[in-house]
Design a binder for this molecule. Structure first.
Ligand SMILES: [Zn+2]
Length: 295
């Protein structure tokens, strides 16, 4: 027994000596200046990917760059020498590998992430032969597109997102549709629907700046009365079909603040709230944002 003890302590001493020499190895210049990490490590379609980047000596106005294919996503400083970029994924994409390229401090890192498939529910809609669809106005489309394209450097939100309405969820994110037996390949439900009586309060799920207020009377035929909140750093929320709006553009809202009320304005068949969460212009699944903090 005592012999074993001696052997063990010798081993510990050897390991300790190795650790003592490690800092000298790590001191080799530049090799560790750019460190990257992606969350979650096993994402599925609809998830928001967070790319965290650590730099040793970031120079002023030289944020690292994150690209996937031909798309570039902005990285924002979230702590001293630490940056984060969000990459949206959607049901319209193919599952499989994504190569994320990160450039910073004159170095390039490539990360490969496997995005898993996911079974999105399917709805089969039968429309009468001459169903008169509601068409969005050009003004409505332009205002909404400009809103979703926001990449404000300021980060307004903190912590997890709240439920914007107390109603039960009637349609989840990502539902695909067949119209009269034909698969709508560009359609997916870009948000979550909550069924609630007309007039039920709608609250801001997180802090932000009201960057869009649109009304039916201004031509918002599809969205109806609508509020858009800019949470900052490429994250935006849109609230559709409202009966009432309690905020104006430029207002800063806090989480839980009433911004309007449930209605059935625009292209809607009954009172409900549609909440869409967008990351760098793409509609992502809001559910993970409700249960974990995106830093
Ligand atoms: Zn909806």
């Amino acid at each position: 027994m005592s012999g074993l003890r001696i052997k063990l302590s010798t081993k510990i001493a050897v390991v300790a000596a190795m650790i003592a020499t490690l800092p000298a190895v790590l001191a080799i210049p530049a090799a560790f200046a750019l460190q990257v990490k992606v969350n979650p490590s096993h994402p599925k379609l609809g998830d928001t990917l967070s790319v965290f980047i650590n730099l040793d000596n970031p120079k002023a106005d030289s944020n690292p760059k994150v690209t996937v294919g031909n798309k570039t996503y902005p990285a924002f400083e979230i702590a001293p020498n630490q940056y984060r970029a969000f990459i949206p994924t959607t049901p319209l994409e193919k599952p499989g590998t994504r190569t994320i390229q990160i450039t910073g401090e004159g170095q390039v890192r490539k990360l490969t992430v496997w995005v898993r498939d996911r079974n999105f529910p399917v709805q089969r809609i039968t429309l009468p032969p001459k169903a008169a669809g509601v068409e969005a106005t050009e003004y409505e489309l332009r205002r909404v597109a400009e809103f979703k394209a926001l990449q404000t450097p300021k980060k307004y939100w903190q912590g997890i997102f709240l439920k914007p309405n107390a109603g039960r969820i009637t349609t989840v994110y990502g539902v695909r549709r067949y119209y009269n037996g034909k698969f709508a390949k560009d359609y997916y439900h870009r948000g979550i629907d909550y069924a609630s009586p007309e007039g039920s309060p709608v609250v801001a799920p997180a802090a932000g700046r009201v960057a869009l207020v649109g009304k039916v009377s201004q031509g918002f035929r599809v969205h109806g009365n609508v509020v858009g909140i800019d949470h900052g750093q490429g994250v935006t929320s849109i609230f559709m079909h409202l009966s009432r709006i309690n905020v104006k553009e430029g207002d800063i809202v806090r989480p839980g603040q009433v911004i309007g009320a449930v209605g059935s304005t625009g292209a809607s068949t009954g009172p409900h709230l549609h909440w869409g969460l967008y990351v760098n212009g793409q509609s992502v699944d809001p559910v993970p944002w409700r249960y974990q903090e995106y830093k």
